[in-house]
Design a protein around this ligand. Structure first.
Ligand code: GUN
Length: 293
């Protein structure tokens, strides 16, 4: 029997915990956590993601600040925005939404974010601490997937996890977290990427399969073992004449064909997406409490 890994419901449970934590803070005379998001240019997907983050802040009682800059901003001007946020004592954490325009070097900007305010976990200091299993901010998508596995009570100990994609914001941190000595964790991890030979040979051996490649319906039923746990990180826009907008969002997994083989599977939408947002909110509360310690 296939069970749905309901990211929407799980994210609402996390939001309820965060709301309670904010109320407890206010009763003790402490400030509301405050997240800022920097949005450069007009990329509609980025605008939508940042909008979700700002709305989530309102739901859990955080302050939020949206800093919008035109596509034409120079790298130096953007670095100044980052320095101002680093110096602003009321801002507990902030994110710079990616991708940035081509004339800006993402890495230079991410390295300018103070690690204590880096709630995306993208600064090399946080990435390095994650690799060493030290306390740090974890990137929100893999963190959300770990929470989803944990809260569903899925046993990962000794399992073979196969990750499709080696990006620094999903595939690579996902591999580190599933490999950790912890619960969830203790997986034997295989990371597949665009140069992997005989990809399906790897995916068919997966007890836990994480798809993060950004290609609609890439994972087909023949690539999945009976009883696997399938986590779909993809958010792909595909044409759909039955929709008013003419398009719909779909994952990296051919859900209709793959789901019947799975013990657990995440839907798209309503799986990993809401968990990513909830994890960012958890990191923001953590940044706020760290600042008081
Ligand atoms: N672009 C895609 N995913 C993310 C994310 O988690 N954070 C930021 N800042 N940009 C992204």
């Amino acid at each position: 029997m296939t069970q749905i890994l309901d990211g929407k419901a799980t994210s609402l449970a996390i939001e309820a915990e965060l709301t309670e934590a904010v109320n407890a803070r206010l009763e003790r005379g402490l400030k509301r956590p405050h997240l800022a998001a920097v949005l450069v240019g007009e990329n509609p997907a980025s605008r939508a993601y940042v909008g979700h983050k700002v709305k989530a802040c309102a739901r859990v009682g955080f302050e939020s600040t949206l800093v919008e800059k035109p596509e034409t901003i120079s790298q130096e001007e953007l670095l100044q925005v980052v320095r101002d946020l680093n110096a602003n004592a009321d801002i507990d954490g902030f994110i710079v939404q990616l991708p940035l325009p081509d004339h800006i070097d993402d890495q230079v900007v991410l390295e300018a974010v103070h690690p204590a305010k880096d709630v995306d976990g993208f600064h090399p200091v946080n990435a390095g601490k994650m690799a060493l299993d030290l306390p740090c901010f974890l990137p929100a998508t893999p963190m959300g997937i770990m929470s989803l596995l944990h809260r569903a009570g899925i046993d990962t100990q000794g399992k073979h996890a196969v990750i499709l994609g080696r990006s620094s914001i999903v595939g690579t941190p996902m591999a580190l977290l599933l490999r950790r000595n912890g619960a969830p964790g203790n997986c034997t991890v295989t990371v597949c990427h665009s140069r992997t030979k005989d990809l399906a040979e790897h995916t068919r051996r997966a007890d836990i399969l994480v798809a993060a490649i950004g290609r609609a319906h890439f994972v087909t039923a023949d690539m999945v073992k009976e009883g696997a746990v399938v986590i779909d990180v993809g958010i792909n826009r595909i044409p759909d004449a039955s929709r008013k907008s003419g398009a719909r969002l779909t994952g990296d997994v051919d859900y209709e064909a793959v789901a019947p083989k799975c013990s657990w599977i995440t839907p798209v939408p309503g799986g990993v997406g809401p968990m990513t947002i909830a994890s960012l909110m958890q990191n923001t509360l953590q940044a706020c409490t760290n600042a008081e310690a």
